[in-house]
Design a binder for this molecule. Sequence first.
Ligand SMILES: Nc1ncnc2c1ncn2[C@@H]1O[C@H](COP(=O)(O)OP(=O)(O)OP(=O)(O)O)[C@@H](O)[C@H]1O
Ligand SMILES: [Mg+2]
Length: 440
Amino acid sequence: MSFEDLGLGPDTLKALADCGYTTPTPIQAQAIPQILMARDLVGLAQTGTGKTASFTLPMIEILSTGRARARMPRSLILSPTRELAAQIAENFDIYGKYHPLSKALLVGGTSMEEQIKNLERGVDVLIATPGRLLDLFERGRILLSDIKIFVIDEADRMLDMGFIPDIEKIASKLPAIRQTLLFSATMPPEIKKLTAKFLSNPREVSVAPPATTAANVEQFLVWTSQRNKPRVLARLIAQENVQSALIFCNRKRDIDGVCRLLQSEGYAAKPMHGDMVQKVRTETLQAFKDSKIQLMVCSDVAARGIDIDDLSHVFNYDVPANPDDYVHRIGRTGRAGKTGRAWTLALAEHDDKLVQAIEKRINKPVPVYKLEGADLPGKQHQPQDSRLNTARPSRPGVKAAPRKAHAPAPMRQPVPEAAHANPGAKGFGDGMPDFFKVKG
Ligand SMILES: Nc1ncnc2c1ncn2[C@@H]1O[C@H](COP(=O)(O)OP(=O)(O)OP(=O)(O)O)[C@@H](O)[C@H]1O
Ligand SMILES: [Mg+2]
């Protein structure tokens, strides 16, 4: 299977060749022809397997005929976060570089002036977060009656309680006859039921059961106590071969504390959460992408969709309350055929149920790693599933990391039996694991 077989035009194929993509991923191979046939579609595939191109490539083809009118965009992509919306817009530029398509990015926390000017000129693609889109709509700056293609990325997140009123309002402004595409790596059954009212006679393209974790993310769970958590995190970061890592906290108030701890250990660490001003959020993410920051301590604002090259590790400082968030958080690593490692710190006294919910959702146990000598709580946690004990042999204790004078370079003893991030690898190509390969 090649991109040529999917019905894409020569200009799009040229842009893909420029990206170095040789083979479509399974979701691309299955979704693109369906979208080109104007079908509604729910596309479910693991994190980091190219869902963005699955909808942007056929959209570029479809939009390449026709013209946009002032204030009447022809297609709309919704994203839950500003950073993800910006990333999708970048993807549009990359894949659409040989097409004269115009786009506007409508996200909160930035000036409206430029956005309004773009809308006045007429845009083919609107990429937006729901709040800013509705704001501009209510100010009469935008009409949604000419939308031919409506995409909801991270669809299950967008249809959950926090976003659904906005999404319903937006959908009610769109023409009834349109093409609707929903994408995500997760789709809990209760949200799946809601999708029906946005779609008409949809195709479901499911590369793997929803919430299947990315195949090349190695996962570990460390049981610890609240008191020892900071120390355990610092030790794990020190012993792993961390190129760059995201560290997720459940509470914003913990983010600064964890960040200070890591800075005091000598790492270039910065916080990232929704209460920060947008300018600082954008600069922080850019600095992280440019490797000027090695560790980003973040809330779930960075959990979905964000694609960072060569992110070797994810650490869950807290077990996420929602099992699907686990899938998305750890899916920030191990993308595009590369490998990555994800560590979760769980509190022996609290997190049993959350861990069980995650294991049920991902349909496998998360191997337990016993960090001996870490001054763990007196009562050793006994996982209920005996398989957990054998999933990974315990290993001798690791020495505490000495304080480092400078960042970066937290290089310590790598964990021996592990595969490591392979930042040199490019795309899925030959390095694509069998699991991802399209048959036939
Ligand atoms: N066919 C391909 N060949 C090589 N690399 C690809 C291909 N398609 C996409 N990629 C790369 O794979 C990475 C992940 O793509 P993308 O962000 O679209 O994943 P996703 O499935 O949307 O993940 P998530 O569920 O986390 O949002 C990107 O860096 C992208 O450039
Ligand atoms: Mg995505």
